[in-house]
Design a protein around this ligand. Structure first.
Ligand SMILES: Nc1ncnc2c1ncn2[C@@H]1O[C@H](COP(=O)(O)OP(=O)(O)OP(=O)(O)O)[C@@H](O)[C@H]1O
Ligand SMILES: [Mg+2]
Length: 246
C-alpha cells in the first residue's frame, strides 16, 4: 500500500537560515503520528509547507504515491490551526461546517450529507444550531475539526490541538482524534504535550533545529523525547502517556 504522505528532502530557507533542512518522512495510510520538538524546531513551518501554504525551497511531497503540487495539497490535506477559533466564520455550528464543502462547489444534498456525517463523527449533534462563539474551547476545536472532515481530506494535520484547553476539553479532543484514527484517517498531530496523548499514536517524529532528528514507532522511541526537552513523567511506560483513562 502506498503511504498516505511522503516527503523527500524538504527544505525551507529564509534569508540565510535553514528553517527546514532536508526533511524526509513517510506517513503510512491510517497512521496516527505525533510530531514533537522544541519551540522553534520548525514544526508549524513544516505543516504549512505540507499543506501548500508555504513554498519550500526544495523537496517533493507525494500523496498516495504520486507527487502532489501545492494546489492538490490544498485540496487533499487539511490543517487545523492552533487557534481553531480563527477558522470559525459562520453564525451556527452547522453553517460553519458547511462552509468548506460550499466553497468546493458541491451540490446541496452532498453538502448536507457531509455536514451531518461530520457532526455525528465529532459528537456535536446537540450543538448544530448553536452559535460557534458560545461553544466551549473543546467544542470549538471539535467544530473546527468537523469543518475539515466535511471536506473529506486524505490527510489531517493538527497544530497544537491541546493548547489552552482544560482537562475535560483535552479529553474531548483526544477522543475526537481516536475516532478519526478508528475511521482510518491519516493524521499528524504537532504537540509538545506528549504525556497527554502519545499512547494513542503509532508513529513519532521528533524535530530539532529544522532537522527530522528521530522517526519511528512511538512505543519504541518515546524514551528519546527528554533528549529533546519534551517532558514525559519519570519512569512512565508508553501506555501511561495519555490523559484518557482506558
Ligand atoms: N518569515 C520568517 N522569517 C524568519 N524566520 C522565520 C519566519 N517564519 C518562521 N521563522 C522561524 O522558523 C523557525 C521555526 O518556526 P516554527 O513556527 O515552525 O516553530 P515550531 O516548531 O512550530 O515552534 P513552536 O513550538 O514554538 O510553535 C522559528 O525559529 C521561526 O522564528
Ligand atoms: Mg508551532
Amino acid at each position: 500500500m502506498e503511504p498516505a504522505l511522503q516527503i523527500d528532502g524538504l527544505s525551507l530557507q529564509i534569508g540565510d537560515r535553514m528553517i527546514l533542512d532536508h526533511v524526509s518522512l513517510t506517513l503510512e495510510k491510517g497512521a496516527f503520528a505525533a510530531l514533537c520538538g522544541r519551540n522553534g524546531a520548525g514544526k508549524s513551518q513544516l505543516l504549512r509547507c505540507i499543506k501548500g501554504l508555504r513554498k519550500p525551497s526544495a523537496g517533493r511531497i507525494s500523496i498516495d504515491g504520486s507527487e502532489a503540487d501545492a494546489k492538490t495539497r490544498m485540496k487533499r490535506i487539511a490543517l487545523v490551526f492552533q487557534n481553531a477559533e480563527m477558522q470559525i466564520v459562520s453564525q451556527s455550528v452547522e453553517k460553519d461546517i458547511a462552509f468548506g464543502p460550499e466553497n468546493m462547489g458541491l451540490g446541496k444534498e452532498e453538502i448536507a450529507r457531509r455536514v451531518e456525517s461530520a457532526i455525528h463523527l465529532m459528537g456535536l449533534e446537540g450543538r448544530a444550531k448553536q452559535r460557534p462563539q458560545t461553544l466551549s474551547g473543546g467544542e470549538l476545536r471539535k467544530c473546527a475539526i468537523a469543518g475539515i472532515l466535511a471536506m473529506e481530506p486524505d490527510v489531517i494535520l493538527l497544530d497544537e490541538p491541546f493548547a489552552n484547553l482544560d482537562y475535560p476539553s483535552t479529553l474531548t479532543v483526544i477522543r475526537a482524534l481516536d475516532t478519526l484514527h478508528e475511521k482510518g484517517y491519516s493524521i499528524i498531530v504537532v504537540s509538545h504535550e506528549a504525556e497527554k496523548f502519545l499512547a494513542h499514536t503509532d508513529t513519532l517524529f521528533i524535530m530539532d533545529k529544522g532537522i527530522l532528528a528521530e522517526s519511528g514507532r512511538s512505543s519504541e522511541i518515546f524514551q528519546k523525547l527528554p533528549e529533546y526537552d519534551i517532558f514525559i513523567p519519570d519512569g512512565a511506560s508508553f501506555g501511561d502517556l495519555t490523559w484518557l483513562k482506558r
